[in-house]
Design a protein around this ligand. Structure first.
Ligand code: F6R
Length: 364
């Protein structure tokens, strides 16, 4: 059943290129994103007065990356909320708003309650769901199914990856509908998305650098992840993945926020996983990396291809393969999944079934 892989989590990481292809291909027509076969009317996106995204855990982290790409391409404000917060704080959701609900299982209790609340407030709801016919899929106004296939490992990997792909396609569609990007740019972005699976597949053929980095952090009691912008949102997912399966305390911090408190925790040998991928924020993040390095941190830098840091800045570097800025999140995410996996494996833990956690959280 594990197809020769030691754990379902690793198998599912390697299934991602195929899952991306299965999810993206049906939503591309004439080189542009098209959600007509999902019955998502263009008006739903175009007329949305405000956009809200709500979900739990990893799905919420996908929503954060979605926010950054939607805001960039369509220049519409997008609020992202944890479902268990959203539902209890009388959210400012009104008729005419669009609420996007993200869930692998389609059964998460808080996410389902958030969907019902959004509908009661008169908003239109669009669910991004993996499990066909699940409660959230049945109750939402429209559904875009991700085609990750069955995900067995408790730690979500391929479902997150395909959630990212749907959010990127929606962002391009929204950008076109709002007149913020032209058709040529839309086509360019969609063709980049179409190619990301292949790039990911090549990257997965040699994971030796990630495995080596995992060996350096396996004994640590605490690990920090830092990044800015989109890299910060990816850091949050990297920290969640690592903590849930390795039982190492992990925290993600916006790199620019370090000096406002967290820097006091950085002492000799504390690992910091530093994401400095997003080009326009690179220099700023590098200066934060230097800050932690000067306090003795063991820095694992995640960088774009060809970027070299001296050993005064990083102890070890992991490079993304050659790719466009638009598709960087997919590759960064896979690096962080592998880092979590190999660290937990180094500790000999029950990777597919971490203690105290369930695959589907149907109680509050
Ligand atoms: C972490 C993980 C969880 C889920 C969360 C939401 O690896 O899998 O954080 O993402 O419980 O689950 P779904 O997507 O089924 O609503």
């Amino acid at each position: 059943q594990k197809g020769g892989y030691e754990h379902f989590m690793l198998k599912e990481i390697y299934e991602q290129p195929k899952a991306l292809q299965n999810t993206i291909t049906p939503r591309v027509k004439n080189g542009l994103p098209n959600f007509s076969s999902d019955n998502v009317p263009d008006e739903l996106l175009k007329n949305a007065k405000a956009i809200h995204i709500t979900a739990c855990g990893t799905a919420m982290h996908a929503g954060l990356v979605g926010k950054s790409v939607m805001e960039r391409l369509a220049r519409v404000p997008v609020n992202v909320d944890i479902a268990s917060e959203f539902r209890y704080r009388d959210p400012l959701v009104n008729e005419g708003d669009l609420v996007i609900i993200i869930s692998q299982s389609g059964e998460t209790a808080d996410t389902l309650a958030a969907l019902r609340l959004a509908k009661n407030k008169g908003a239109k709801t669009l669910a991004i769901v993996n499990v066909v016919g699940s409660s959230i899929a049945r109750e939402a106004d429209c559904v875009v199914y991700t085609h990750a296939g069955v995900e067995i490992a408790v730690a979500s990997t391929k479902a997150y990856m395909v959630q990212l792909s749907v959010l990127h396609l929606l962002a391009v569609r929204l950008g076109l509908l709002k007149g913020m990007i032209d058709e040529a740019e839309g086509k360019r972005l969609v063709s980049l998305l179409g190619a990301v699976g292949e790039t990911l597949e090549q990257m997965l053929s040699d994971t030796s650098l990630v495995q080596a980095a995992a060996q350096h952090i396996v004994q640590a009691p605490d690990i920090f992840f830092i990044g800015r912008g989109r890299d910060y949102y990816l850091s949050m997912e990297g920290a969640l993945k690592l903590k849930e399966i390795s039982y190492i305390h992990c925290e993600a911090y916006a790199a620019g926020e370090l000096k406002h408190g967290t820097l006091s925790l950085i002492t000799d040998g504390v690992p910091v996983i530093a994401l400095a991928v997003e080009p326009k924020l690179f220099e700023k993040t590098i200066s934060n990396i230097k800050e932690v390095k000067a306090r003795g941190a063991y820095v694992v830098a995640v960088l774009s291809k060809g970027v070299m840091l001296d050993d005064q800045t990083a102890d070890t570097s992991i490079h993304l393969p050659e790719c466009d800025e638009f598709t960087q999140p997919f590759l960064t995410a896979a690096i962080l999944q592998l880092l979590a996996y190999y660290t937990a494996k180094g500790k000999g833990l029950d990777i597919d079934k971490p203690r105290n956690l369930a695959k589907s959280v149907t109680v509050e």
